[in-house]
Design a protein around this ligand. Structure first.
Ligand SMILES: [Zn+2]
Length: 104
C-alpha cells in the first residue's frame, strides 16, 4: 500500500515537470523579442566617418586616424587608446571621448 502511494506521487511530479518545460519555452520567446529590439537600436548608417578626439589639455578637435561608420562604432569598444593632438599633448581616450564626423 505504501509503495502504491509513492508511485502516485511520482506521477504527479512528472506532470509538474512537463508544465515547467512549457514555461521555459515561453521565456525563450520573450528573450528573442528583446534581442530584436536591441538590434533596432543599433544605427543603420554605414557611410564612412572619421573619429575625432578633443584634446584634454588644449581642447582642439583632431582626427585620430581611425575611419569607421556609426554602425560599427556603436558595436565596438574603444578603451584607453592613446592619441597625440597637433600641439603634442598625449592622452588616453575612451569610446565616449570620440566624435564621429562624416567623410565628405
Ligand atoms: Zn592639445
Amino acid at each position: 500500500m505504501e509503495a502504491r502511494r509513492m508511485h502516485t506521487r511520482l506521477d504527479y511530479g512528472k506532470t509538474y515537470n512537463t508544465l515547467e518545460n512549457l514555461k521555459a519555452d515561453l521565456s525563450d520567446a520573450t528573450f528573442v523579442k528583446r534581442e530584436r529590439s536591441r538590434e533596432e537600436d543599433i544605427p543603420k548608417d554605414v557611410s564612412p566617418h572619421d573619429l575625432y578626439a578633443k584634446c584634454k589639455t588644449c581642447g582642439i578637435e583632431f582626427p585620430v586616424g581611425i575611419r569607421t561608420n556609426p554602425r560599427s562604432f556603436a558595436t565596438s569598444s574603444y578603451v584607453g587608446n592613446v592619441h597625440k593632438c597637433p600641439d603634442g599633448h598625449v592622452h588616453p581616450y575612451d569610446k565616449q571621448d570620440y566624435l564621429l564626423k562624416k567623410v565628405n
